[in-house]
Write a protein that binds this ligand. Structure first.
Ligand SMILES: [Zn+2]
Length: 159
């Protein structure tokens, strides 16, 4: 169950995705939250740099490995505007982070991008559970997902 108090983290993810779009990057944003609800770190996509691995979920996984104990990581939640890709899900699993809550699913994203005529990515889209089977994962969040859909529409119509 996604708690009412957690919706603000999800809304922040959508804001971060919008910030990425404003600086010409793909609209993805993520927030790392401790067990007590404290926001520890946040980031948005930075692949416009030319480094296609600069996904926010990957950055947060590495931040958590550098700054949190294994117990703190296991009790933390990563909120994100879009479901983790296989690379980020693997990083999340390897560093032992806890629950993931996403606004829109990878399946939704794949459908949207296909509708927008975007060529298929070089890395296959998979649900998180196919990469990290035992993780607690929640989403999508329909109202907010429509906002994420709109950000992707804007990104691909301007590029
Ligand atoms: Zn990723």
């Amino acid at each position: 169950m996604v708690k009412e108090t957690e919706l603000r983290h999800l809304r922040r993810c959508v804001e971060l995705a919008a910030e990425a779009l404003e600086v010409g990057d793909e609209p993805f944003g993520s927030v790392l939250v401790a067990a007590d609800g404290t926001v520890l770190a946040e980031d948005h996509n930075r692949v416009a740099s030319g480094d296609r691995t600069r996904h926010p979920e990957f950055e947060l996984a590495r931040w958590s490995a550098a700054n949190m104990t294994p117990a703190e990581r296991a009790a933390a939640t990563v909120f994100t505007s879009g479901e983790h890709c296989p690379m980020c899900a693997a990083a999340h699993g390897w560093v032992g982070l806890g629950r993931i809550v996403y606004v829109s699913s990878s399946e939704q994203l794949a459908t949207w991008l296909a509708e927008l005529g975007v060529p298929a990515p070089p890395v296959r889209t998979l649900p998180i559970h196919q990469v990290v089977p035992d993780l607690v994962v929640e989403g999508p969040i329909p109202d907010l997902a429509e906002q994420v859909h709109e950000l992707h529409r804007r990104f691909h119509s301007s590029s």
